[in-house]
Design a protein around this ligand. Sequence first.
Ligand SMILES: NC(=O)c1ccc[n+]([C@@H]2O[C@H](COP(=O)([O-])OP(=O)(O)OC[C@H]3O[C@@H](n4cnc5c(N)ncnc54)[C@H](OP(=O)(O)O)[C@@H]3O)[C@@H](O)[C@H]2O)c1
Length: 251
Amino acid sequence: MKDAFGIPQSLLVLGGTSEIALATARRLVARRTRTVWLAGRPSPALDRAAERLRDLGAEVRTVAFDALDPESHEAALGKVFAEGDIDMVLLAFGVLGDQAHDEREPLNAVRVAQTNYTGAVSAGLISARALQAQGHGSLVVLSSVAGERARRANFIYGSSKAGLDAFAQGLGDALHGTGVHVMVVRPGFVRSRMTEGMAEAPLATTPEAVATAIELGLRRRSETVWVPGALRVVMSALRHLPRGVFRRLPV
Ligand SMILES: NC(=O)c1ccc[n+]([C@@H]2O[C@H](COP(=O)([O-])OP(=O)(O)OC[C@H]3O[C@@H](n4cnc5c(N)ncnc54)[C@H](OP(=O)(O)O)[C@@H]3O)[C@@H](O)[C@H]2O)c1
């Protein structure tokens, strides 16, 4: 169960090597979280991530999970929930893709969409059902400001995040009043493996800052979290710019 401040005792990370997710797990383990499941594609990186969290004192287990194989999700996630209650599910998997390349190779673009959107629809619904059966818990979804308004430079990724974001909002409404809380997290540019080597966007932030915002959001039981917070105002303005003006912006 979560404590009175909303900090989970048990955490399931979907996308167990995600830098943002691991910064969040470290932060929560430093508070009260004792059990962590890292679900991800089996790899030495996943094992190393588990080992590092064990070094911090958590009991950590890994489970094979591939967002691109939704037919396996029921069994993979069922195994985790069968072992005991999960107070928080962090849906963190995602791929950025390579926009220019993926425009030329539609099957690559489809993989971005299937990972970020349809993979999340499947894993999100299964997690939500399990949390609802427990009667408590949070589903925290890593969306992105990229989903707020499609940009020429990354509309394949952006549209997949727009779908994910809308899905998570609707799921949150569907679960309102059930004891299950859905929190949509919209970071801007985060310095992580995903953005390595890319030119930084304004208001760039870190995985640790996203982790801090997630902890605060859990304590407040927020439904939406922007990281950094200033992006809420910036994106609200950008969202309403006329197309012709938005198109000419260097974003
Ligand atoms: N970095 C940013 O600027 C930024 C900004 C806003 C939102 N986000 C979102 O935040 C989330 C975490 O990103 P991050 O910055 O922590 O990047 P990251 O370190 O690259 O993490 C991405 C994660 O997705 C996993 N993944 C990719 N394809 C998968 C699949 N088919 N099945 C299972 N797992 C898969 C990766 O696992 P493998 O180890 O198996 O590849 C990795 O754990 C993503 O959803 C991302 O879109 C990131």
